[in-house]
Design a protein around this ligand. Sequence first.
Ligand code: GDP
Ligand code: MN
Ligand code: MN
Length: 249
Amino acid sequence: MKIEAFTVDDLPLISEGDDLVGMILDRVEFEDFDILVIASTVISKTMGKVREIADITPSAEAMRIASKLDEDPRFVEAVLDECEEVLIEAPFMLVRREDGHICVSSGIDRSNIEAGKLLILPQDPSKTAAEIRSRIFDEAGRKVTVIITDTNGRAFRVGQTGVAIGASGMSPCKNWIGLSDLFGNVLTITNEAIIDEIAGFANLMMGEGGDGTPAVIIRGLEIFEDVEAFDEVIRDESEDVILDALRRL
Ligand code: GDP
Ligand code: MN
Ligand code: MN
C-alpha cells in the first residue's frame, strides 16, 4: 500500500464568515476518494464560535469547580455551558457533550486564538462535514470524504492525539469480524476505528502550534462511502462500562 498525504498551505488566519472551503478549493486539485481532514479550530472560527472571557458571568457551580482547579471560573462556566454532563471535576474537567463526545474542558481552546477569547467546538461537526462534502462535489465534481478533528487527551496513556469529532462520506470503523487471520482463524472482535487512525495521522501533519496548516489531504486510501455514519463510532451509553464507572465515582 502506498498513500500520499499533504497539507493545504498558505491559508490565512480565519475569522467568522470566511469562506474556508473556497480557500481550500482554490489550493487543491481534488481527486475522487480524497480524504479532506480539517481541524475543528478553523471550523469554529468560520462559524464565529468564539466567546470573550470578559463577557462571561460565572455561576455558583462554576465557582465551586473553579476553586478545585485553580482555574478562572468564567472558563469553567463556558465549559459547563457546552456540556451535558461532568464526569470528573478535578484535576481536570472531563465532560460529555450533547453528541456523546467525551473530552477535557468541552474541547474549548485558548490556543491559536487571540488572548481573552475562547474557541468553542462546532455544535454539529458531522453536519458541517456533510455540507463541505457536497460543496466539493458541486464545485469540483469529486467524491471526497471529510473528517473534522480535534486534539484530545486519552485515558491510560500519556500524550494527546487527533481524533475525529465529525465526518461525512465514510464508515468510521472497518469491521474485521468474520474475516480470517494468517492461520485461518476467524476474527471475532476486531472493529478497527479507521476514522481515528486517519485523524491521528492528519493531526500529526497539522501540528499543534503556529504551522498554520489546519487542512490535510490523504490520497490513496480507498475508504470513501456515500454515507453519513459518524455516530457509529460513539459507543452506546448502555454498553459503555467505563462511562458507567465514571458516573459511579
Ligand atoms: P485543534 O486540534 O482543532 O484544536 O487545532 P490546533 O489549535 O491544534 O491547530 C491545528 C492547526 O491549525 C495548526 O497547524 C494551527 O497553526 C492551524 N490553525 C489554527 N488556526 C488557524 C487559522 O486561523 N489559520 C490557519 N491558516 N491555520 C490555523
Ligand atoms: Mn482543540
Ligand atoms: Mn490540535
